[in-house]
Each structure stands twice: as structure tokens, then as C-alpha cells.
Design a protein around this ligand. Structure first.
Ligand SMILES: [Zn+2]
Length: 366
């Protein structure tokens, strides 16, 4: 047990280990880096390591001593409490009776981390911890702290309490005020290497072997995304895009009439499910990005949809730059229509018709 179960970001892990081993930890830390790489996980591990009764010489926590178990209990109770508060309809009840544990996770209750949450933090930060030698407050999505609460937090950072460590977690340090970030020691996280994510997926065995390379590319360095990848769902969402590309790139330059039915079936399937249309669009953009890559780099080494490489080459060749530009316009338009809640199929049908119209007909020279 200990930090070795953490995947990737060795530098960040080493920094956390060193702090736990020496027991010298700053009053405020800031963990930054892309989503899904384990910033919050490492923050919670550090909190445990700082309090473990059987901490190893390398700073590792044991996971079994009374304090490690207590930390797990506090965390479970905190998560339950957060879920219950988020569901509360009455804004007053949402922040009523806040009580912070020695290990406390602070997350947005609405779109924001509310003033009352930071006020409670400030109230207890200077007192001795109840059960642990060191109290640790992990503030996840610190960029969502309500502007009215920023000054309260700043006051704590200006006079760091010696019994409490604050760990702010946030994707991008520049989303925080300079006065906040300059008072924290920053640890930056990188996307996790593909090889590590591949190993993780192989170990879990949930993604079929044939889809693993695809899952790794789609995760783009995020462990959370890799774990959540559902190959069946992904294929279901992508299939109409593949039909669409086949239909728009198939007949160009040939004497055959376009397969309009296949085309409109595909655009219909793409726009059918409004609730997931954003995800559908993302899939479309990932294919567009791949087609541009294949056409411009002349190589398919960096494509995301690795399992359809040969088809991407054919489509990119047939659509050409003009076709890909039209496709991009179509996707952008579909996205705009979606924001305005208009039927997205219109956008995709328009682009299909343009793609299938020979350039000469557009000149008006006939
Ligand atoms: Zn322990």
C-alpha cells in the first residue's frame, strides 16, 4: 500500500513522498494539470501519509493503521455529506451545519464553492486537529470558489495556520487569482503516458484487446477517461459518422449518383439523440481532426481513431482540403444550432449536399 499504486506523474509523487517522509509540508499547496490524471487522488494520499501511524521511511502510508482507516471513514462521510447537500433544494439548507473533519474534501455545492464553505474552513483552520496530528483540507475545483469567498481564503493563506495544510486542486493555475497562486507551493501534473494507460486497461480487462489502442488514444493521458471508456457505446455513437463519411466521400469523381438515402439515414441517426449530441459532435470532431492529420501530415501515426486507419486514408484522399473545410463548417454549424436548440440534422444535411455538389455547379457558370 502507499504511493506505488498511483499511476504516472512520478515527479509529483516524489514531491508528495518527500513531504510525508520529512513531515515538512507547506501550509498551502496547489496541484495543477489536466483533468483525470489523479490530482485529487494524490492530494488525498498525501493527507493520509502525513497522518499514518506506520509511515515508511519513504513517506508511504500503510493503509491499515487506525488513522489510515479513520481517514477512509472521514472521506466516505464527506462524500455522502456533499451528495446530500447538492440535492438540497433550499439554498439555506445546503450549507446548514457544516462540520469539517480532520481530513476534509471541499467541492462545489452548486456551480461554486460557497462562501459558507470557506468561512467554515477559516473558522477551524487555526485550531488543533481533533484526531490527527495534521489537518488537511483538499479544495477540489478551486477555480470555482465564489468570488465573494476569495478574500476569506486569501486571509488564511496570508497567515498560514501551523496545524492545517490546504491543498488546492485546479486544472489551470491561471484560473486562480495571482494573489492566491503565489501563496501556494505548486505541483504540476502531466498527462499520463500512453504505455501506462495501456497497461492499466490490460490489467482491468474491461476493454476488448482489439479496442485498447483506440481507448488509449481517446483517453489522451487521462486515467479517468480511460477507466470510463465504453467501447460498445463509443462504436454505437461513431457508426453513423462512418456511414456519413462513406456516403459523402464515396461517389465523388465517379459517374454514380450519391447514395442519398444512406446519407440522410446517417444524418438522422447522428441528430436523433439530443441529450448526447454534444458527445456525438465530439466524436465527429475527433474524426475530422484525424482526416486533417492524414491529409496534411500524410501519415496516420497520430490519429485517434486508430482502428479505422485505412478508411480514414481513403476518405481524406477523396474529400480533399475543400471537403474537410466544408465538414468543419458543418460541424461548427451543428454545434451552433445545438446551442440554440434547433434541429441539428439541418446543419449536417446542408454540408452533405454541398460536399456532393461538384465545384463547377457552385460557380454559377452553368
Ligand atoms: Zn497507516
Amino acid at each position: 500500500m502507499g504511493f506505488e499504486s498511483f499511476l504516472g506523474n512520478m515527479k509529483a509523487v516524489e514531491a508528495a513522498r518527500a513531504m510525508a517522509a520529512s513531515g515538512r509540508v507547506p501550509g498551502a499547496l496547489l496541484f495543477t494539470g489536466p483533468d483525470g490524471v489523479g490530482k485529487k487522488t494524490l492530494a488525498l494520499m498525501l493527507a493520509k501519509a502525513l497522518n499514518c501511524e506506520r509511515r515508511g521511511a519513504e513517506g508511504d502510508f500503510c493503509g491499515e493503521c487506525p488513522r489510515c482507516r479513520k481517514a477512509d471513514e472521514m472521506l466516505a462521510a464527506t462524500r455522502e455529506d456533499l451528495a446530500r447537500r447538492r440535492e438540497a433544494k433550499d439554498p439555506q439548507r445546503r450549507v446548514e451545519g457544516l462540520v469539517y473533519f480532520d481530513l476534509q474534501l471541499i467541492e462545489p455545492l452548486t456551480r461554486f464553492i460557497l462562501t459558507e464553505q470557506i468561512r467554515e474552513l477559516r473558522r477551524v483552520a487555526y485550531s488543533r486537529a481533533f484526531e490527527f496530528p495534521r489537518r488537511v483540507f483538499v479544495i477540489d475545483d478551486a477555480q470555482t470558489i465564489h468570488w465573494q469567498a476569495i478574500d476569506l481564503l486569501l486571509k488564511v493563506l496570508e497567515e498560514p495556520p501551523d496545524t492545517t495544510t490546504l491543498i488546492l486542486v485546479c486544472p489551470n493555475a491561471f484560473e486562480l487569482r495571482p494573489t492566491i497562486r503565489s501563496r501556494c507551493r505548486r505541483i504540476h501534473f502531466q498527462p499520463v503516458q500512453d504505455s501506462l494507460i495501456d497497461e492499466l486497461l490490460a490489467g482491468e480487462g474491461k476493454v476488448p484487446k482489439s479496442q485498447r489502442a483506440l481507448a488509449v488514444r481517446m483517453a489522451a493521458g487521462s486515467v479517468a477517461k480511460a477507466k470510463a471508456f465504453d467501447s460498445t457505446e463509443f462504436e454505437r455513437r461513431r457508426a453513423p459518422w462512418l456511414d456519413f463519411l462513406e456516403a459523402v466521400s464515396g461517389p465523388r469523381g465517379s459517374a454514380h449518383a450519391p447514395d442519398w438515402k444512406a446519407l440522410f439515414d446517417a444524418t438522422k441517426a447522428l441528430s436523433e439523440d439530443r441529450d448526447t449530441f454534444e458527445e456525438t459532435l465530439r466524436t465527429g470532431y475527433s474524426l475530422l481532426r484525424d482526416l486533417v492529420e492524414v491529409l496534411e501530415a500524410g501519415s496516420d501515426a497520430a490519429v485517434m481513431n486508430v482502428d479505422v486507419r485505412p478508411r480514414l486514408k481513403v476518405w481524406a484522399g477523396k474529400l480533399g482540403l475543400r471537403g474537410l473545410e466544408l465538414l468543419k463548417d458543418g460541424l461548427d454549424q451543428a454545434r451552433r444550432l445545438q446551442i440554440r436548440n434547433v434541429n441539428q440534422q439541418l446543419g449536417l444535411d446542408t454540408v452533405a449536399i454541398e460536399l456532393l455538389t461538384p465545384p463547377a455547379a457552385l460557380d454559377g457558370s452553368q
